[in-house]
Every structure is written in C-alpha cells, then in structure tokens.
Design a protein around this ligand. Structure first.
Ligand code: ZN
Length: 429
C-alpha cells in the first residue's frame, strides 16, 4: 500500500478556499454603509432635539428630515438583507470546500477507495474550472450540476467576467460604433473595485479610458474627445498644480522630465496626439493606438486583474496539474521511438508527448528498467531476458508471447524469430 502526504495535494488548493472568502469580504460592504448612515441619522436627530430645546423647531422641515431618514434606512435594510443572503451563500460554499479538503486528511493510503472518489471529484471540478475559463459556460454548468459540485466551482464569478469580456469583445466582433460603449461594463466593474485595483497598481481603468478616447477620434468626434480627456484623465494626471508657472519653456522641460518617471503621463500625451492623426495613419505609435488588437489586450488585462482580485489562479488548475504530472513522468527515453514505454503518456508522440515537449524532465535518483512490450517494470519477479540479437524484454511478456505462438518469439524491434529456449536471463549489477 502506498502512503501519501495530503499536503502535497493541498499545496495547489490555496485559492480553492480563498475565492469564497474574498467574495464574503466583499459582500459585507453594506455593513460599512450602515455605520455611516446611522451616524448621519443620529446627527440629524440630535440637531432636531437641539432645535426643540431652543424653540426654533420647524415641524414641516423636521417631518421631511425624518421621512428622508426613514426612507434611507428602509433602503439600507433591504440591502442588508440581500447582503446577509449573499454572506450565507459564501459561508456555506467555504464550508463545503473545507469539508472536501478535510476528507483528504482522513485517507490513509492511495489504495483506499475513498481516495479514488476524492480524486474523481477533484478532476471534475478542475474540468469545470477549465471549461469556465475557456468560455464553455453551458457545458461547465451542466457538468457541475450533474456531479453536484456547484459549491466547489466558481460559475457565478466566471459568468460575471464573461459578460464583461463579451462587452469588450463585442466592439471587435460586430464592429459596433462608440454608441455601443463596449467599455462601459468593464469601467463599471473598475468603479466597484476601485480601492482593490489601486492596491494592485492596476492601469486597467486608465487603458479603458484611453480606448474610449481613441474610439471618439476614430469617429472623428474630436471636440467630444477633448471634453472626454478633460473629464476623465484629471484624476491620473493633475500636472497643472505641480507645474511651476514660469513660462511655457520651463513647463515643457518639466513635462519632459515627468514623462520619464510617469509612464501614464507619457501614454496620455501620446494619446492626445491621436487627435492629429486619422485612423488610417501609417505613423507607427498612432497606428498602434488605432489598432483593433488593443481590444484583445484590454480583455487580457481585465482577465488578469479580475483573477487577481478574486484570488483565482492566473492559470487553470488543469494546466498546472497536467504539467506537474507530465513532468514527473518525462524521461529522455520518452522521445526515442524505439525505447518508448507503452504505459507512459509522455511517450505517446501524438497527444501528451506534444504537450510535454517544453516541460522539464523528472529527476530520477534510481532508474528502473521497463519492458518495451508490456510496459511493466523488470525486477527479480519479472527478470529481464536477452534475445540472441541482444535486445532485452521482460520474462512475463516473452513467456506470454511464446505460449501463444508455439514457443516462438518475434523481436518487436527487428522482426527476427527465436525460440523461448534461446533466451538468456540478464543479471544487472
Ligand atoms: Zn515516457
């Protein structure tokens, strides 16, 4: 029986628990609003009490004030109820995930049928994760409900990301004009996650704004573009205050210096340059800004930030586990056709062998000799046997072959035929 260390498997599962916890953290936002609104309400009430004491109490305005407070608190109550439901959902998901991981620690060895069951569940959720990332949402949902692993996968999160990606892509696929505002969804998401995006130094919102500006230039709406830049880029580049008011030459020099230390400023200045160039320009920097491939770059950037904020790994777990597994099996023999092992997935030249091509080899302290015919290990129970032509195969495989062919053995490499009696046992020292 093979013992195993659950920690080696759990090492890859960090984000499995982090994701619902991250969502839980976010769903508690209305609680913070509650404190603020209650403080505001108590201030107003206090003020009204003071007015009453002084005799300056105005019934009509007091009534209006109290009614406004009532409405606000009512709305907050509704939001809190919704948040409570969300919280319960995330806590339950977190608990189910924890239970799933704890199951693993109860398993003693790899022959335990529970281990097989646990692994199957793991493969199912890894597959669902992969399908979600690749955009096969319907298949992923079907698989998740079929195997009852809805709590162990992040369908809701990926659906949200997909909607935003589609909006960004829509511009590209259907060539909609700026009126379709394909950055809107992504900008909305940026706004909702402003402080967290700032923590990871994200430039996503800036790049989305640049794209909207470029689309205005593309549509030849130059005045609108200038207004847009005034409205939306102030927060990033408030140069007016920092510049010394000593003539335009000085200002120009300081701007030049700043573009070196502030890449956003440099990008902003270049972006403003698009005003002077038509969409079919051949001038490289502006041609690049008008290039539709910028949309793909935005999708990539959005996805990276979305994953980072939700503690989702940047790579699908399927890739990570597959790479680890293939690398553990890969030996220099895998790519020598004559020496390939029929049981080794990396030895298969058309499928997993291609995937493993760029992966590192595994480090084997002790080598084992594997039979070319059966793929089984040759040892004292299944000794290596040499044919008169020098090739070596396992006793069991040759024995089986000879019993099926009246004591004759055909060498799979050369096609030569020998009798079982001609074989010699090989001793490895
Ligand atoms: Zn191999």
């Amino acid at each position: 029986m093979e013992k195993f260390n659950p920690e080696t498997l759990l090492a890859l599962e960090g984000s499995f628990l982090k994701v619902p916890m991250e969502q839980l953290k976010r769903s508690t936002k209305p609680h913070k609003d509650l404190d603020r609104e209650l403080a505001k309400a108590s201030l107003i009430v206090k003020d009204l009490c003071q007015q009453a004491d002084k005799g300056t109490f105005d019934v009509k305005s007091a009534y209006e004030n109290l009614e406004a407070i009532g409405k606000k608190l009512e709305c907050l109550k509704r939001k809190l109820n919704e948040a409570n439901e969300e919280e319960k959902k995330h806590i339950s998901r977190g608990r189910q995930r924890l239970d799933h991981l704890i199951e693993l620690t109860k398993i003693k060895n790899t022959n335990d049928p529970e281990f097989k069951k646990w692994n199957e569940k793991r493969i199912d959720r890894i597959l669902v994760d992969y399908l979600l990332r690749e955009g096969f949402s319907d298949t992923a949902e079907l698989l998740a409900s079929e195997y009852e692993i809805g709590a162990l996968v992040d369908i809701e999160l990926f659906t949200q990301a997909r909607a935003i990606e589609q909006a960004l892509r829509g511009r590209n696929l259907f060539g909609q004009n700026f009126g379709a505002t394909s950055c809107t969804e992504a900008l909305k998401w940026c706004n909702e996650n402003k402080s967290n995006l700032r923590k990871i130094n994200s430039t996503l919102e800036f790049n989305l704004r640049v794209q909207e500006f470029i689309e205005l230039c593309r549509a030849n709406k130059k005045e609108e573009a200038i207004d847009y830049s005034k409205k939306h880029f102030k927060t990033y580049l408030d140069t007016s205050k920092k510049d010394s008011p000593q003539g335009s030459i000085r200002r120009h020099d300081s701007l030049k210096l700043k573009t070196r230390s502030d890449p956003l400023l440099a990008q902003f200045l270049q972006m403003m340059g698009t005003l002077a160039f038509p969409p079919n320009t051949t001038c490289p920097p502006y041609k690049a800004l008008y290039d539709p491939s910028r949309w793909e770059a935005l999708i990539e950037q959005f996805r990276a930030d979305f994953y980072a904020l939700n503690s989702l790994p940047s790579q699908p777990l399927l890739n990570v586990t597959l790479q680890a597994g293939l690398s553990a099996l890969k030996t220099p023999m895998c790519y020598q056709h004559d020496n390939k092992n029929i049981n080794c997935p990396v030895c298969s030249p058309d499928t997993l062998g291609i995937l493993a091509q760029d992966l590192p080899m595994s480090h084997h302290v002790n080598s084992t000799i594997v039979c070319r015919i059966s793929g089984k290990i040759m040892n004292e129970n299944n000794p290596p046997m040499a044919l008169p032509n020098g090739y070596v195969y396992s006793h069991d495989a040759l024995n089986e072959m000879s019993s099926k062919n009246n004591g004759k053995i055909t060498c799979p490499r050369t096609g030569e035929v020998f009798s079982f009696l001609q074989l010699k046992k090989v001793f490895i020292s």
